[in-house]
Design a protein around this ligand. Structure first.
Ligand code: B12
Length: 477
């Protein structure tokens, strides 16, 4: 059979990271690799929007799309276009937002919604389709039937990710030279684990796996890594370092294999503090930047997020990473009651700590499916999924929204200049990358969008959404 996998573009109203990075759709590369007996193509609509032409040329039997929240409506468009093109095409949606909020995809032109890690369910769907049999007894699906969603029996979480095939990176061969992540290009992604066991109330990743950490064996990761041609590798995990012994072993295997690459990884600050030697070793192995949610510069703000960490821990983590010669990309949550004083405090904090090369200022965003969404559901200003991009203010703020975006712009410019200064000191090779022009244009675009961002919460929600109002779903278990 012919299977077309589509990464829908993020929505037009979406701003932020989408203008500063383009990264391979790793989930779809894994899904594509899981059905090796079939002819698979991957259309990354972030870089090629010709869906109609691809359908016409390839004539697929199955169209599968992925879904982050900001892709909700474009994913609908992909599914609808495929069905309109040929009603016999089987349309399947999977991915992060479809898992947390399947009701957002309850539409007559969507045949199946895959919940959670998608490999076995997709293999079964393809096999049943080949045999022209029903999907009703495939576990872990939501099936739109006569306007309602019918859930099949739940699929137990996998114990590890070792059942997954290696991603088929040849599916994105045509795009690879255009992928970049902030100041790095070309870039490849790898997944070494999924999920996080901590209960931060704003995070949707822990909900995706019901607060379980699901790991891939170091031996398999090294095998996958050794097939990657790009020098810079982004770890697409929620918290790579949660299992310290696994990361020790992975480190040792990478060293033994003589793999020399540069890495961008995620870790909680408390994990750095508990394992300084491990981070020293990984720094020597090639970790350039550790991305960590510091979240706040005072403990009161931190505890409101159920982060189970504190400012003292952040401080010690920064010292350790500084000593290791690793840069930090620090995320801070912009709370709804912030005034300019709070932005200024974060800015001063960052200015005084040269190890922080990048800063993210993220408006508190109740992502559907999280505990925060449940708490704030009656308070959200809009259900428009395109602006649930961690860059818009979704809940009412103490200051007028226009003022909040002005402050966000003002302090983001400081972030940009500081990043340029610090990266030149820290990692001089970054300054020379040719895709820097894309980054500059992206940053200007975001700055322009932020000027009008306060108006976006009033944009009417597209009909697909209005028909199926979202309520938070529980994690798949
Ligand atoms: C790498 C990454 C990015 C990359 C882009 C990756 C890409 N090509 O789409 C960059 C850095 C550009 C990025 C940007 C953004 N991201 Co991002 N990103 C991630 C991250 C860290 C890893 C994604 C990944 O590769 N995972 C590994 C792959 C293997 O898993 P997967 O994609 O989920 O696929 C599996 C299943 O979902 C399923 N599946 C997926 N698709 C399909 C399709 C079918 C047909 C089937 C059957 C199954 C299936 O099977 C796959 C194999 O198991 C996740 C965190 C996370 N836990 O996922 C956040 C995450 C996805 N990002 C998120 C967000 C909010 C954003 C941004 C809006 C803003 C921001 N500040 O990050 C922007 C906008 C992105 C856009 N589309 O425009 C949120 C999404 C929340 C949500 N509810 O949807 C996440 C979950 C992080 C979070 N903070 O909560 N991101």
């Amino acid at each position: 059979m012919k299977i077309l996998l589509v990464n829908p573009p993020s929505g037009e109203l979406t701003m932020g990271l989408k203008h500063l990075s383009k990264v391979e759709p790793l989930g779809l590369e894994i899904i594509g690799a899981a059905v090796p007996d079939h002819q698979v193509e991957l259309l990354d609509m972030e870089l090629d929007t010709d869906l109609a032409g691809t359908l016409e040329r390839f004539q697929p039997d199955i169209v599968g799309a992925s879904s982050q929240i900001v892709q909700t409506y474009t994913a609908h468009q992909v599914m609808k276009t495929a069905k309109d093109f040929n009603p016999k095409v089987l349309t399947v949606i999977g991915g992060h937002h479809a898992t947390l909020c399947p009701q957002d995809f309850n539409a007559p032109y969507i045949d199946a919604i895959v919940l959670g890690e998608g490999v076995p369910a997709f293999q079964e769907i393809v096999e049943r389709r080949r045999q022209q049999r029903s999907f009703a007894d495939i576990a872990g699906l939501a099936l739109p039937v006569n306007g309602a969603l019918s859930l099949t029996q739940s699929r137990p979480l996998p114990r590890s990710l070792d059942h997954q095939p290696f991603p088929n990176r040849s599916l994105t061969a045509a795009y690879r030279s255009r992928y970049y992540y902030l100041f790095e290009s070309p870039v490849a992604s790898i997944q070494t684990s999924m999920g996080c066991t901590f209960p931060c109330n704003f995070c949707s990743c822990q909900k995706f796996t019901g607060r379980h950490f699901i790991a891939r064996s170091p031996e398999l990761i090294v095998e996958d890594l050794s097939s990657i041609r790009e020098e810079f590798v982004l770890f697409c995990d929620d918290h790579s370092f949660i299992d310290v012994r696994r990361m020790e072993k992975l480190h040792d295997l990478i060293r033994q294999r003589g793999i020399r690459k540069h890495y961008f990884v995620y870790s909680r600050a408390d994990c750095v503090v508990q394992n300084p030697e491990l981070f020293e070793k990984w720094a020597r192995l090639g970790v350039e930047i550790v991305m960590t949610g510091l979240e706040a510069v005072d403990d009161g703000d931190m505890s409101s997020l159920n982060k189970r960490s504190n400012v003292e821990i952040n401080e010690r983590a920064l010292e350790i990473l500084h000593r290791c010669g690793v840069g930090v990309s620090a995320g801070f949550v912009v709370l709804p009651d912030f005034t300019e004083k709070d932005f200024e405090r974060i800015d001063k904090y960052v200015e005084a700590r040269p190890v922080i090369v990048l800063t993210e200022l993220t408006p508190l965003t109740p992502l559907p499916g999280t505990d925060l969404y449940r708490e704030q559901q009656d308070n959200v200003l809009t259900e428009h999924r395109e602006i649930y991009d961690l860059a818009h203010f979704i809940v009412p703020t103490a200051l007028p929204q226009e003022e909040m975006y002005r402050l966000l712009r003002k302090y983001y410019w400081r972030v940009v200049w500081r990043a340029i200064r610090r990266l030149r000191l820290y990692r001089p090779r970054y300054a020379l990358k040719p895709h820097i022009f894309k980054l500059i244009l992206g940053a200007l675009r975001v700055a322009l969008m932020m000027r009008r961002a306060h108006e976006k919460t009033h944009v009417p929600v597209p009909e697909v959404q209005a028909l199926h109002p979202a309520e938070a779903s529980t994690a798949v278990s």
